[in-house]
Design a protein around this ligand. Structure first.
Ligand SMILES: [Zn+2]
Length: 380
């Protein structure tokens, strides 16, 4: 018998229907009609001999209209057979892509299962265990901390390294929970800042790093695209009211209070794109800026911000998708941290299709090193 299920951490598939012995159909479970209706993650479970299973993946029908689903194709389909420890790209077959759905013919091993996902998933439990491992193995260099608990009671767990009292650098990812490439990037930064690489040792003497790879653990575990458990988008943190005293979502308020109290020298925020963008160049990454630099009241901070933007444009793969940055609107944490406290940011979008775990980590460390070199250079 073959079954298809999404009932596990980071799973996403709904209205699952079996159309034949080896033929299933489901809809992705989206959050917002435009742009946040693409994530899927499901298991095909096989208790018989090796076989091929046809899966139709349909766009979310809950919005009663197109969700932009086809814009994400072509993409990498990440698969993990139960006999393997890691995800890899699906290479055995080329999916058929239609206007509102895609059809995959998937090989499933005997008495095993195949996990199929939009991303090289970065489950909350795995990232928390990774941070715990660093804290145990490198106890003289780093420690765990928490920003508090999510709506559903999960710790917003992070790793702290460096010298208390020195300028702080805060690094986050996972505001949009399915953007796992960004989570891997920030997990890589946690590894780097607690490593014995001489550059990292020197950075620990000059700064204090606080790194939280998953700021929306409920969204991660529930396999959401954009939302937390309150169905709020943590990127558009201030919703319709950029002048509100505090952000809307519970976890956004934890981030806001943390950053406002820390007054960091730099705020690093990783997100993720998806798909091999058809109008651009490998590796299809991106970045966001605040267009109006006068939002930084202080001239030195404005100059530092311009230098950080120059860094992303000239020293990273950020411009590979759009050549020019996306623009933060005033309802984002990045914008309000700049406007109210003069805190500069680096906001980078890793591509979930061209970066898995390794690619995300490598990207995160490279972007972080370049941003830190600019920060140190500008501070003199
Ligand atoms: Zn995002």
């Amino acid at each position: 018998m073959i079954t298809l299920t999404s009932d596990f951490e980071c799973g996403n598939a709904k209205h699952i229907t079996q159309l034949g012995d080896n033929h299933f159909r489901f809809e992705v479970d989206g959050d917002k009609q435009g742009g946040y209706c693409v994530y899927f993650c499901y298991d095909i479970v096989n208790d018989g001999p090796e076989t091929e299973v046809t899966v139709e993946m349909w766009e979310d029908s809950q919005f009663g209209g197109p969700t932009g689903f086809p814009a994400f194709f072509p993409m990498t389909y990440w698969v993990r057979p139960s006999s393997q420890a890691h995800f890899r790209p699906l290479y055995e077959t080329t999916p058929e892509v239609h206007r509102d759905h895609a059809v995959l013919r998937l090989p499933v091993e005997a008495e095993g299962s195949l996990r199929v996902a939009l991303t090289y998933t970065a489950p909350y439990s795995e990232i928390a265990a990774m941070l715990r491992g660093f804290a145990e193995e490198r106890a003289e260099r780093c420690e765990l901390f928490s920003l508090g608990q999510s709506v559903q009671g999960r710790e917003l767990v992070g790793l702290r390294a460096g010298t208390p009292g020195k300028p702080k650098v805060l690094c986050v990812a996972g505001q949009h929970p399915h953007e796992h490439g960004g989570v891997w990037a920030v997990a890589g930064i946690a590894d780097f800042v607690s490593s014995l690489i001489p550059e990292a040792v020197a950075l620990r003497q000059a700064f204090e790093f606080q790194v939280v790879p998953i700021v929306n653990p409920d969204g991660n575990v529930m396999g959401r695209n954009a939302f937390n458990a309150e169905k709020l988008d943590m990127y558009a943190a201030f919703g319709d009211n950029p002048d509100a005293e505090t952000p809307e979502a519970h976890e956004s308020r934890l981030l806001w209070d943390w950053a406002a109290a820390a007054q960091p020298a730099l705020w690093v925020n990783f997100h993720g794109y998806t798909g091999w963008k058809r109008n651009s160049e490998y590796p299809y990454e991106g970045w966001y800026e605040i267009a109006d630099r006068t939002v930084f009241a202080d001239g030195d901070q404005r100059r530092l911000y311009q230098a950080l933007c120059d860094t992303l444009r000239l020293l990273t793969d950020a411009p590979s998708t759009t050549h020019t940055p996306g623009l933060h609107s005033p309802n984002t944490l990045c914008y309000q941290l700049a406007a109210r406290y003069g805190i500069p940011h680096v906001f980078y979008e890793v591509n979930n299709s061209t970066s898995g775990r390794f690619g995300g980590i490598r990207c995160g460390v490279e972007v972080f090193r370049k941003a830190m070199a600019t920060l140190e250079g500008c501070r003199g």
